[in-house]
Design a protein around this ligand. Structure first.
Ligand code: DX5
Ligand code: ZN
Length: 231
């Protein structure tokens, strides 16, 4: 069984959480990575922004290399950039588990998803809140993961868009109807108020930035978001 099949098996018994390091303390980044290494979080979510696809710039390879050195959990890279396919070799060299590209940024999405798989990574396709599920209907078999944005990408700390519950349920139905093992990940405005409902709607992985790093106790917050302890 490859490691993603193993992860899929694991998610049958648990709900996965990927803290977004965008909300970490960049002055002491490795301290926050170490904090999460010692939590029950599942992946590190890395948000790369280019100031073109989204109206903000975050970080690039030097910072991700530093994160990689101290991270003891798989890396889930979310590229909010134009022409993400240009960086497949670099993301592979980083040792990422998942490479997420936006549907809206890829003219030849089918090709890009296969290039990611051919590079030995899991292929993730991301949809902005305004992008309907029908845009990935013909590439669902080519994606190991679908990431639904529950805010407009570009910034941490935004308000969760409620309509994503229904979109998550409909995506779950699409995946189950075709008997696929594609994971569903939700990103943006996830917090202790909506996490359980999102897992209930069919999400496998939740991304949380400000909810984790803005918490008094980020390690305990991971457990709360994953539903491991009552809130
Ligand atoms: C937004 C990013 C998110 C963001 C989530 O563009 O893709 O991953 O960091 O942050 P919160 O959880 O604060 O909405
Ligand atoms: Zn993200």
């Amino acid at each position: 069984m490859d490691n993603f099949a193993q992860l899929k098996k694991n998610v049958m018994s648990k709900q996965m959480l990927a803290p977004s390091l965008l909300s970490a303390n960049f002055g002491h980044l490795t301290d926050d990575v170490e904090l999460m290494n010692n939590s029950r979080c599942d992946w590190f979510h890395l948000d790369v922004m280019d100031g073109v696809f989204v109206p903000n710039i975050s970080f690039g390879f030097p910072v991700m290399e530093a994160i990689k050195k101290s991270a003891r959990k798989p890396l889930d890279v979310h590229l909010m950039i134009v022409q993400p396919e240009k960086f497949i070799p670099e993301i592979k060299a980083l040792g990422a588990l998942v490479m997420n590209v936006h549907q809206e940024a890829c003219v030849h999405l089918h090709r890009v998803l296969h290039q990611i798989r051919d590079a030995g990574m899991k292929s993730g396709v991301t949809l902005n809140p305004a992008t309907p599920l029908c845009m990935i209907e013909d590439v669902l078999e080519d994606a190991d993961l679908v990431l639904l944005m529950s805010v407009n990408p570009g910034f941490g700390g935004q308000k969760f868009i409620e309509r994503i519950y229904d979109k998550t349920r409909r995506l779950r139905e699409m995946i189950d109807r075709r008997n696929l093992s594609t994971l569903i990940e939700i990103d943006g405005g996830v917090n202790r108020k909506n996490a359980a409902a999102l897992y209930g709607a069919g999400a496998d992985v939740l991304v949380a930035g400000s909810a984790v790093f803005g918490a008094v106790d980020p390690v305990a917050e991971v457990d709360i978001l994953k539903g491991l302890v009552p809130r």
